[in-house]
Ligand binder design. Structure first.
Ligand code: NAP
Length: 288
């Protein structure tokens, strides 16, 4: 599954819709991205999100803070963004420095501007199948399955990882009475014994644990669908950047066995950004 192409198709649609808003003299979407410190991966992710805003015609504001900013100052900024009527979406790039609680910051974001879908109000609504912002990575994966018209109903999905931002919401969405969805879901985590046994029973595997090449060909059933969420930077002196990206799936050998697979990079990553753009657009449409 080519996440880059599918994401481009979503962004192309959004660009047309934004042009329409401009033509009608309506408000255009505005995303505020908050970046604390100079973590290389976070810098890259935020830059990609700002670039995507430019591509689709959204306004974006990048708010940068030094690593040593206090939690109180960051909360003040979140409050300012919450009360700014021009801002439709707020994303705070995680992880935050150790002296700041991710939870306190996420909980301070107005749920109606929480386009990352991490606020407990949105999480609760998602659990009940109510309209809400769905976390961008699982939402992007659902959009990718939809793009490729993959029939998931009745399939056994194994999600490896149970984080609040990927694994857990993914398991909820795949088990929902939606299309895609309607899977029977097994969630595996670090305390699961014999993960291979569960993976071998899976029609769909979503690998979201952050362990490079954890899912190997002997763990995958013939014809399975494999979604690789993992992104780990591995040192590689032959590259200008000094690193290469590795997923949680041993792509070369697993690809020979499965019916669909997402590459890293170029799979779930671009879909996450496209989903974030969709959430920001929806937030703006609520105001319009
Ligand atoms: P996380 O918060 O560290 O959660 C990892 C999960 O994997 C935890 O539930 C953990 O279990 C489980 N786990 C760890 N080691 C395991 C093992 N050996 N066997 C089975 N389960 C294991 O990570 P995350 O934020 O969900 O991210 C996961 C990966 O996705 C990372 O590589 C991250 O960079 C990547 N990611 C990619 C995107 C994208 O856009 N492509 C977006 C977000 C994240 P416990 O709960 O028991 O600790």
């Amino acid at each position: 599954m080519d996440g880059k192409k599918a994401a481009q198709a979503i962004k192309d649609e959004l660009r047309i819709e934004v042009a329409q808003l401009v033509a009608e003299g309506k408000k255009i979407p505005h995303l505020a991205a908050v970046l604390v410190g100079t973590n290389g991966a976070s810098e890259t992710y935020v830059a990609a999100k700002v670039k995507a805003c430019e591509e689709v015609g959204f306004k974006s504001t990048l708010v940068r803070f030094e690593e040593d900013i206090s939690e109180v100052r960051l909360l003040d900024k979140i409050n300012d963004l919450n009360s700014d009527p021009d801002i439709d979406g707020i994303l705070v790039q995680l992880p935050l420095p150790k002296n700041i609680s991710d939870e306190n910051i996420i909980n301070a974001i107005d749920p109606e501007k929480d386009v990352d879908g991490f606020h407990p109000v949105n999480t609760g609504k998602m659990l009940q199948g109510l309209p809400c912002f769905i976390p961008a990575t699982p939402y992007g994966i659902m959009l990718l399955l939809k793009h490729y018209k993959i029939d998931t109903a009745g399939k056994h999905a194994v999600v490896v990882g149970r984080s609040n931002i990927v694994g857990r919401p993914m398991s909820v969405l795949l088990s929902s009475n939606t299309n895609p969805g309607n899977c029977t879901v097994t969630v595996c985590h670090s305390k699961t014994t014999d993960i291979k046994n569960f993976c071998l029973q899976a029609d769909i595997i979503v690998a979201a644990l952050g362990k490079p090449e954890f899912i190997t060909a002997d763990m995958v059933k013939e014809g399975a669908i494999v979604i690789d969420v993992g992104i780990t930077r591995m040192e590689d002196s032959s590259r200008k950047s000094g690193f290469k990206l590795k997923g949680d799936v041993a792509y070369d050998t697993v690809a020979l066995k499965c019916s669909w697979i997402t590459p890293v990079p170029g799979g779930v990553g671009p879909m996450t950004i496209a989903a974030l753009m969709k959430n920001t657009f929806e937030s703006c449409m609520e105001k319009n």
